[in-house]
Design a protein around this ligand. Structure first.
Ligand SMILES: [Zn+2]
Length: 433
């Protein structure tokens, strides 16, 4: 994600439109008629929209919680997301129009936060998402298991899962990791944009060479708990070490394909090719600099100029400020929905149709591809895939089937691992000394 400061949104009424998602399954799609309400445009629902009513999107990454926190109001939980919010990519009406049936809400905190401040801020983010889920019981419910996700989606509401974005959120403590699990966190991205003492990030200088012994213990303990190991943001060496260590499926909550766009946040083919044996899922993301080489090259020139001026381009707030001026003399290219489709097709080709999902990174970026501007646009993506010849079964695997399977398999693995070993008492200082 990036940081972008917005004005607070308007107050509004309670949600009134009933959600229209149908019961999803992980198997072949049904052929039953859709019972959807009319779409807001008044036009006939598209094929993509109809498919999403039967197989809603489980999206891997959304930064609404941080966007609300940054809105500059005393109580971010007081911002009414049941009405259109004009400073975010996400609100309940748009989620429903977009056919979103489950959302991993990121409880992101900046990687510059370390130690206890990272943990406390993560707890505040968890509290915010849990307050939102409690405030809108007609639209949201906290989901802790694959069965919860299926039940809540079948009920036409949005299953709300928690994802922690970076191991700084546990301050090198497996006890803190277990506490996050108890609060509902169901994935943790091993790093954000900066290295940890025990894991290398994709966007920092190599230091550990992947995962250290403690880093591998973090992976083992996450999988013993049933928390998905998220390999977005980590270096390829860390991806590889995590896959070598893994006893359960891993995910990429918001990453695209390196072969299509040369950005270190994307996944190399050699790693994508390992997902079939692992049972994992690469949830492709829409971030323009990850999906479009033109956008990536523009961003590289911006970073080079910041470096020339002695500025830290990895500091997201400093980068955001610099970008505001840079864009005046260097027009920013845009990405398109077709760029994202190219990534979907590549991941399907290399990882396989059983190992692809979506993680838009809405509210974590300040720009999105044309056609995918906010969370209401998933039907356009599915329409495009159907136009490219994807079958309904393939699309249903991408929207929800694969992630449901991975979550279920992670739970089964956890049950086995818990019978085999107790909670880990390992400490960073002992393992990595
Ligand atoms: Zn991210």
């Amino acid at each position: 994600m990036t940081t972008e400061t917005h004005a607070a949104g308007p107050p509004a009424a309670d949600i009134t439109a009933p959600p229209t998602t149908g019961a999803p399954t992980t198997g072949a799609p049904t052929t039953g008629a859709s019972t959807t309400a009319a779409p807001t445009t008044g036009a006939r629902p598209s094929a993509g929209r109809e498919l999403l009513e039967r197989f809603p999107v489980i999206d891997g990454h959304n930064d609404l919680a941080w966007a609300l926190r940054e809105a500059g109001v005393a109580d971010p939980a007081s911002i009414d997301i049941a009405a259109p919010v004009d400073f975010t990519h996400t609100d309940l009406p748009r989620l429903l129009r977009g056919g979103v049936g489950a959302q991993f809400w990121s409880v992101y905190v900046p990687a510059q936060l370390q130690g206890e401040s990272a943990v406390v801020t993560t707890l505040e983010q968890i509290d915010l998402v849990r307050q939102l889920a409690a405030r809108y019981p007609g639209a949201l419910e906290l989901a802790l298991t694959a069965a919860d996700v299926k039940r809540i989606m079948a009920d036409g509401r949005i299953a709300s899962l928690l994802g922690a974005e970076g191991g700084h959120s546990i301050a090198n403590s497996l006890g803190a990791l277990r506490a996050l699990y108890l609060l509902g966190v169901r994935y943790m991205t091993l790093t954000h944009n900066l290295n940890l003492p025990w894991a290398d990030s994709a966007t920092d200088e190599p230091a550990a060479g992947g995962l250290t012994a403690f880093g591998r213990e973090v992976v083992r303990e996450m999988q013993r708990l049933g928390m998905l190991v998220d390999l977005s943001h980590v270096a390829p060496t860390t991806m590889s070490d995590a896959l070598d260590t893994a006893e359960a499926p891993v995910i990429f909550s918001h990453s695209s394909a390196l072969a299509i766009c040369d950005h270190p946040r994307n996944v190399p083919d050699a790693i994508l090719a390992r997902l079939a044996a692992n049972g994992g899922v690469c949830m492709i993301t829409f971030v323009p600099t990850f999906v479009s080489q033109r956008c990536r090259d523009w961003d590289l020139s911006l970073a080079a100029e910041m470096e020339r001026q002695g500025l830290d381009h990895r500091d997201l707030s400093s980068r955001q400020k610099f970008k505001g001026e840079w864009v005046a003399t260097h027009p920013r290219p845009g990405a398109t929905l077709a760029d994202v489709v190219a990534h979907a097709e590549h991941v399907r080709e290399v990882a396989g149709i059983d190992h692809i999902g979506v993680g838009g990174d809405y509210d974590g970026v300040d720009a999105l591809p044309a056609g995918l501007e906010d969370v209401s646009t998933y039907p356009a993506l599915i329409d495009a895939l159907l136009d490219r010849g994807w079958s309904e079964a393939d699309c249903s695997k991408l929207t929800c089937g694969n992630l449901l399977r991975a979550l279920h398999d992670a739970e089964s693995a956890a049950a086995t691992l818990q019978a085999a070993r107790p909670p880990s008492a390992a400490r960073l200082a002992d393992l990595d000394s």
